[in-house]
Design a protein around this ligand. Sequence first.
Ligand code: PHE
Length: 464
Amino acid sequence: MSDEGRGQWGSRISFVLAAAGSAVGLGNLWKFPYITGMNGGGAFVLIYLVCILLVGLPIMIGEVLLGRMSRSSVVGTFSKLSDGPTPWSGIGWIGVAAGVVILSYYSVVAGWSLHYVWLAISGGLAEQTPEALGQLFGETYADPAINLRYHTLFMIFTALIVVGGIQKGVERAARVMMPLLLVMLAAMLAYATTLDGFGRAFDFVFGFHTDALTGAGVLEALGHSFFTLSLGMGAMLTYGSYLSRQDDVVAASLATTFLDTLVALMACLVLFPITFSAGMEPAGGPGLVFVNMPIAFSGLPGGQVWAVLFFLLLFFAALTSAISLLEVAAAYFIDERGWSRKKAVAVTATTIFALGIPSALSGGDSPIFGAEIHWIGERNWFDSFDYLASNWMLPLGGLGIAAFAAWRLGDRARHVAFAEGSRLGAIPAIYLAWLQLLRYLVPVAIVLVMLNAIGVLKKLGLGE
Ligand code: PHE
């Protein structure tokens, strides 16, 4: 297919908006605050920030660059840039698989946000005590009917947008939703600073507390830096494949990474003051955003409107991420198998929907997939899928992408592509720093963290 035929972003800002739409999602607003709470705060946040800067950002640039160079899907990219079939294509396969696994449970959580929009509209969240809200989330989490209904609905929304081609739908939605989300978070942050618990929350998030941090926590911080930036599975690569040679890959990656990190930190600084002020535990788990935001809204004038708006924004943030997840799998069948977009979306979305059913049943008492049934370690199906994808598949995919970009791609091609359209990229020191990070630090860090997590370092008398 010619370059023109594949399509390009409508304007320069479109890529950043779509990429930020993919990056900013449940990972920032739902997952990051709750895993920060569970890992004891400060030290975890610091390690996460280091991972974002030294591992995530270089891989983001690498992924976007590979996409722009190959102009094809994540599976096709490696053979195209290697001039023929190559085992490197396996990385693309891991990517497609990771996208399928992630979307299957992501849709269940996104479904909760839809359910909460409905609860907020119907007045079900108003003037509730923290205990009652905690119980409400517990019931939502466990109820198979609610979970299946909204999982179905969310997958239909996602499929409908991806069928229509991402550009019109996503670009337009992201253009309105992203600024609105930022404004809303800023307003909530201003409110949070007035709460008693703000000081304690600030210290919890930015103070250096190492006591609760474990090797598994470090793996989680690394895994989450991939998850939150949508890295390691080709989402950014696919979006990058719609860029033109005039676009600035380095600056766009920087902007996306910055926005994503900003939203994650803001979410923590909104949620933890509420947590502490209401006398609750920071390690509250997956219910954090669904319990604490309504607590805050209950005490605010016009709280109901705020609540509807917030959960609607959460839903849209999830939708713009889900679209990029589905697009990776669909693009494979369209680009590599010659399927029509309709057929590709129908087949991939249905498969993912089916694979998500166990996750939708994970909170309840289903005899096969229920909360008491453990799959990996002590984890139910839902948590096992999240663990497998974020902590293993994405870092492995990222490792492959880093190795391919930094070692396998020819010097000249890489150097030219890096500088093309980019003022920053034309600075030799920046190119070199990026290359060295991808060549040495990124692979070593990923492998060490994984060895530590499976206990190999401990056996050797190193690590914890
Ligand atoms: N980055 C998204 C989030 O933070 C999730 C995601 C992961 C999207 C991987 C695409 C690819 O919610």
